[in-house]
Design a protein around this ligand. Structure first.
Ligand code: NAP
Ligand code: GDD
Length: 339
């Protein structure tokens, strides 16, 4: 039985990766930060029998003594390092905290592996935010990086730490450069889930209006369940390397809004421009979407569109879920939850 350690197991990707590795019969260890509610986050959505199979270790990746002792004790075959302060908007307000977790925490993970379990394979959750102000369209493994936020900069340090440890100490450490991937388990502050939750509430009459920032930002959005399969494939490959996982399609926030309302039976009509633009219910004329500059970012990533041909040819990985299906899954689940 293979042993996996997942940092960030309570997050969106942690949930789907846990389900995948349980299906593959792994012994799973997960790191969970202590919180006052003893909450296991998204893991609470697992069945009791799934939960019973997990080995939870309470601790924080910024604590190097904790990371050393865990790695020394478990000696995992595979480490999926997903834990991070992952919200780009928050990173502008809390850059130091973001650096501490995303750079310091990553160093603790890889250094513990180097010192105490050098046969472990490590997956690092790098990101399309590395491309930021894009230097090439579409973005692939060879595209130059230009991060646009403290989050992006912190992940760039993580990316190079992985590469540097791989080259310096002959360790199996790989970067997954993943484009946005969403799901019904997505945190509520990320734009996709904010939209689908609001659409569900608005259609049930318990919310008046959805306030958003930049409606024209373009993202390459896939389904998280497909992407954790790619993470696993990256660690099954016979050599450590860096891979882009993406859908190779891009849509605006505005497209996401229109489609999400459509799945709730509402047709959105846009009027006005800039911060005065509104989205109205085409039947009733009621304003359902407004622009609120509070959600603009000091520096924006305007366009992301990936090229996953390397992952396809080397790993045989391809996303299965199309954009429309993703939006439908998320809206349906939020309508079900609100009901
Ligand atoms: P997420 O839902 O925000 O999950 C982040 C996880 O990290 C949570 O389990 C969180 O624990 C944990 N964590 C944060 N700080 C920690 C600390 N100091 N010690 C221990 N655990 C800590 O993020 P996600 O969407 O699953 O993404 C997983 C990873 O992929 C992240 O590194 C993210 O930056 C990266 N990524 C995500 C995407 C995407 O589109 N989803 C794309 C590219 C890269 P709590 O539950 O206690 O907060
Ligand atoms: N969150 C949020 N809230 N974003 C908004 C809003 C809003 O009200 N209105 C417009 N947006 C725009 C943002 O400005 C951004 O351009 C886009 O929607 C997506 O924002 P997020 O959903 O917060 O995701 P992200 O693209 O910044 O970051 C996510 O994807 C990265 C991969 O590219 C996160 O999951 C990161 O952790 C991940 O690395």
């Amino acid at each position: 039985m293979k042993i996996a350690l997942i940092t960030g197991i309570t997050g969106q990707d942690g949930y789907f990766l846990t389900k995948l590795l349980l299906e593959k019969n792994y012994e799973i260890h997960g790191i969970v930060r202590r919180n006052s509610q003893n909450s296991l986050g998204n893991l609470d959505y697992l069945t009791n029998s799934e939960k019973e199979k997990l080995n939870i270790h309470w601790g924080d990746i910024t604590d190097n003594l904790f990371m050393d002792s865990i790695i020394k004790k478990i000696k995992p075959d595979e480490v999926y390092h997903l834990a991070a302060q992952s919200f780009v908007g928050f990173s502008f307000e809390n850059p130091k905290f973001t650096y501490d977790v995303n750079i310091g925490g990553t160093l603790n993970v890889v250094n513990a592996v180097k010192e105490y379990s050098s046969d472990s394979k490590v997956y690092f959750a790098a990101t399309s935010e590395l491309f930021g102000k894009v230097q090439e369209i579409p973005q692939k493994e060879t595209t130059s990086f230009y991060p646009r936020s403290p989050y992006g900069v912190s992940k760039l340090a993580g990316f190079w730490t992985i590469k540097n440890y791989r080259e310096s100490y002959d360790l199996f450490m790989s970067n997954g450069i993943l484009f946005n991937h969403e799901s019904e388990m997505r945190g509520p502050e990320f734009v996709t889930r904010k939209i689908t939750l609001s659409v569900a509430k608005i259609s049930k009459g318990i919310q008046e209006c959805l306030e958003l920032g930049n409606l024209d930002a373009k993202r390459d959005w896939g389904y998280a369940k497909d992407y954790v399969e790619g993470m696993w494939k990256i660690l099954q490959h016979d050599e450590a390397d860096d891979f882009v996982l993406s859908t190779n399609e891009t849509y605006t926030v505005r497209n996401f809004v229109e489609l999400a309302f459509k799945f709730a039976g509402i047709n959105i009509m846009w009027e006005g421009c800039g911060i005065n633009e509104v989205g109205k219910d085409s039947k009733s004329g009621k304003i359902l979407v407004k622009v609120n500059p509070a959600f603009f970012r000091p520096a924006e990533v305007e366009l992301l569109i990936g090229d996953h041909s390397k992952a396809k040819s080397i790993l045989g990985w391809e996303p299965k879920t199309k954009f429309e299906e993703l939006v439908e899954i998320m809206v349906k689940k939020d309508l079900e939850r609100i009901n």
